[in-house]
Design a protein around this ligand. Structure first.
Ligand SMILES: [Cu+2]
Length: 139
């Protein structure tokens, strides 16, 4: 083997090695994972609702009494607590979110269960005082 062939062989090895090093690095890059997650989320239709949580002389309330969506929808509920201490709970979906005063809280979930579900405030007496509504998820 003459020296020219040796240099050529080394060059080829470096190029091949570099190619594989680059490929394996791209395969584990976190940006790839984010793209996958984003594309999954963007395929679901988004149903957005907004409401306030509050109390008055007559009881405790959400301003929105009903939400209707289709199975598979991405449900986005924006809730602002304007008076009192409240949360937003849906037992069947495992959701329980505190609502700090005068802050918009965004609750997001995929409506993957069909049926009629009660959303309510779990603070003592609030559900009984009127602070609940119905989420309907249809086929
Ligand atoms: Cu409440």
């Amino acid at each position: 083997m003459n020296s020219r062939n040796t240099v050529l062989t080394l060059l080829i090895l470096v190029v091949i090695g570099g190619y594989f090093a680059l490929r394996s690095r791209q395969a584990v890059s976190p940006s790839g994972a984010n793209e996958t997650k984003a594309s999954v989320a963007s395929t679901a239709p988004v149903k957005e609702f907004s409401m306030t949580a509050y109390y008055d002389a007559k009881g405790k309330w959400y301003s929105l009494k009903e939400m209707s969506v289709k199975k598979g929808d991405l449900v986005r509920v924006k809730i602002t607590n304007t008076a009192g201490m409240h949360d937003f709970t849906i037992d069947e979906y495992g959701i329980k979110k505190e609502l700090p005063l005068n802050q918009e809280v965004v609750v997001e979930f995929i409506a993957d269960k069909v049926g009629s579900f009660v959303y309510y405030c779990s603070k003592p007496g609030h559900r009984a005082g009127g602070q609940w509504g119905t989420l309907t998820v249809s086929e």
